[in-house]
Design a protein around this ligand. Structure first.
Ligand code: NAD
Ligand code: FE2
Length: 381
C-alpha cells in the first residue's frame, strides 16, 4: 500500500453571510449562459429559493419536485429535462435530497446506460457539466462530498454513488438558506452532521486532518444545534451549524462513516424514514457498542462536547452515550424503533440488509457479525 493520503473537497468553498453574492461572478467565470436548478417544494414554498434567483443574471429552468430520500428515477427525470434546453450549468438548492439528485444529474447527463449502472465506487470517470451546490439544511455535508445517496424503490434500499466526479465545483454555504428550515428538519439533519463527525472520528480510515475537522464539528454542533432548533431565526446559530455541517462533511467525506449509517440505511430504505431520524435512532446504541477498543477517542469526543471528563476512559464512554441520548431527546427526535411502529420481527431482515453495507462497515472500529447487528437493533427497539 502506498503511504499517501488524498484530501477531497468541492473545488471552492464559499461561506459566510454574504456567500450568495459570489454566485454571479462564479457563473461568469464558468461562462454559463443558462442554468438548470434542482430544488424541492419546501425550498420553493418557503420563499428561500428567491435568495438564489435574485442573484441570477442568466436564464434558468427549475425542477422543484425532488422528494425527501429521492429515488433513482428522480435523476432520470432531471437528465431528460436538463437536455430540453441548452443548459450549461447545474445549481443544486436544497438539502441532501436535492443536492444528491443534482450531483448525479450533472455527472450522468452525458453518460451512456442507466443511472443504476453507476451505483457503487468509482464508477463515474468524469463530469463535464459545472456544478454549484447551495445547501438549505445543515446536515448532510453533501455540498463537499463525493457521495450521492438515492433510494431504490424496488429493492427497498438506499444505494450509494461514490465518485470524484460527484464533488461540486463550488459549495456556496449561506446561513440565510436554512432560516426557513422546519424545526424537525433542523433537528434531524443537525444530528446527521453530528453522526458524520463522531463516526469519522472513530473511523478506521480517519487521518489527522479528518480528526481535527471532526472534533471542531462536534464542538460546534453540540453548542449551536440546540440554539438553532429553539430559535430558528437566530442567524448566528444557523451560521455556526452551516459551517459545522460543511466541516463534518469534509471529515466524513475523507475519513468515512461506519455502523451508525450502515444500520440506519435499511430503516430509511424500508420504512421511508428520514436519514437524520434513522441515524439518530441508532446513534447511541452503535456508539456504545463501538467504544470497545477506542475508549480514548471517546474521551476526546467528550472534551469536544464540553463534558466533564475523568481519567477513566470507560467512564467517559458512558458519559458520551448518555449525552447522545439526551441530546436527541431534547431535540424531540423520536427514540426507539418500537415508537416508530417497526415490527420486532423485521429485525433479522434489517440486519441482513445492514451487513451488506460493506462500503461503510469496513470503516467501523469494531467488526460486527450478523448476530451483533441483530443485538444492536434489539437494544434500539
Ligand atoms: N451525499 C451525501 O454526502 C449525503 C450525506 C448524508 C445524507 N445524504 C442524503 O441526504 C438526504 C437527506 O437530506 P436532508 O437531511 O438535508 O433533508 P432533505 O433534503 O430530504 O429535506 C428535508 C425536508 O426539508 C425541507 N427543506 C429543506 N431545506 C429547507 C428550507 N431551508 N426551508 C424549508 N424547507 C426546507 C425539504 O423540502 C424537505 O421536505 C437523504 O437522502 C440522505 O441519504 C447524503
Ligand atoms: Fe449521513
Amino acid at each position: 500500500m502506498p503511504n499517501l493520503s488524498i484530501f477531497k473537497s468541492a473545488g471552492r468553498l464559499v461561506t459566510g453571510r454574504d456567500a450568495l453574492d459570489s454566485l454571479q461572478s462564479a457563473l461568469e467565470k464558468m461562462n454559463a449562459k443558462r442554468a438548470f436548478i434542482i430544488t424541492d417544494q419546501g425550498v420553493m414554498n418557503s420563499g428561500t429559493i428567491n435568495r438564489v434567483l435574485e442573484k441570477l443574471n442568466i436564464p434558468f429552468d427549475i425542477y422543484d419536485q425532488v422528494n425527501p430520500e429521492p429515488e433513482l428515477e428522480q435523476v432520470e427525470r432531471c437528465i431528460e429535462l436538463f437536455h430540453l434546453q441548452k443548459n450549461d450549468v447545474l445549481i443544486a438548492v436544497g438539502g441532501g435530497s436535492a443536492m444528491d439528485v443534482a450531483k448525479c444529474t450533472a455527472a450522468l447527463s452525458d453518460k451512456p446506460g442507466t443511472v443504476r449502472d453507476y451505483i457503487g465506487l468509482d464508477t463515474i470517470s468524469s463530469r463535464n457539466i459545472p456544478l454549484i451546490a447551495i445547501p438549505t439544511t445543515s446536515g448532510t455535508g453533501s455540498e463537499v462530498t463525493n457521495v450521492a445517496i438515492l433510494s431504490d424503490t424496488a429493492k427497498q434500499t438506499k444505494e450509494g454513488f461514490v465518485s470524484e466526479a460527484l464533488l461540486p465545483d463550488i459549495a456556496i454555504v449561506s446561513p440565510y438558506m436554512s432560516l426557513t428550515c422546519p424545526a424537525s428538519v433542523t433537528a434531524a439533519s443537525g444530528v446527521d452532521a453530528l453522526v458524520h463527525a463522531v463516526e469519522s472520528y472513530i473511523s478506521l480510515n480517519r487521518s489527522e486532518i479528518t480528526d481535527g475537522l471532526a472534533l471542531k464539528a462536534i464542538q460546534l454542533i453540540c453548542e449551536f444545534l440546540p440554539q438553532a432548533y429553539a430559535s430558528p431565526e437566530d442567524l448566528t446559530a444557523r451560521e455556526k451549524m452551516a459551517t459545522a455541517s460543511l466541516i463534518a462533511g469534509l471529515a466524513f467525506g475523507n475519513g468515512g462513516v461506519g455502523a451508525v449509517h450502515a444500520l440506519a440505511y435499511p430503516l430509511g430504505g424500508k420504512y421511508k424514514m428520514s436519514h437524520g431520524v434513522s441515524n439518530a435512532l441508532m446513534l447511541p446504541y452503535v456508539m456504545k457498542w463501538n467504544a470497545q477498543g477506542c475508549e480514548e477517542r471517546f474521551t476526546d469526543i467528550a472534551v469536544a462536547m464540553r463534558l466533564e471528563v475523568s481519567a477513566d476512559h470507560a467512564e467517559n464512554v458512558q458519559k458520551v452515550v448518555a449525552y447522545l441520548h439526551d441530546f436527541c431527546r431534547n431535540l424531540n427526535i423520536p427514540s426507539g424503533l418500537k415508537t416508530l411502529n417497526i415490527p420486532f420481527e423485521d429485525i433479522p431482515y434489517l440486519a441482513e440488509e445492514a451487513i451488506n453495507v460493506k462500503r461503510l462497515l469496513k470503516n467501523n472500529p469494531r467488526v460486527l457479525s450478523l448476530s451483533d447487528i441483530e443485538e444492536i437493533y434489539r437494544e434500539a427497539y
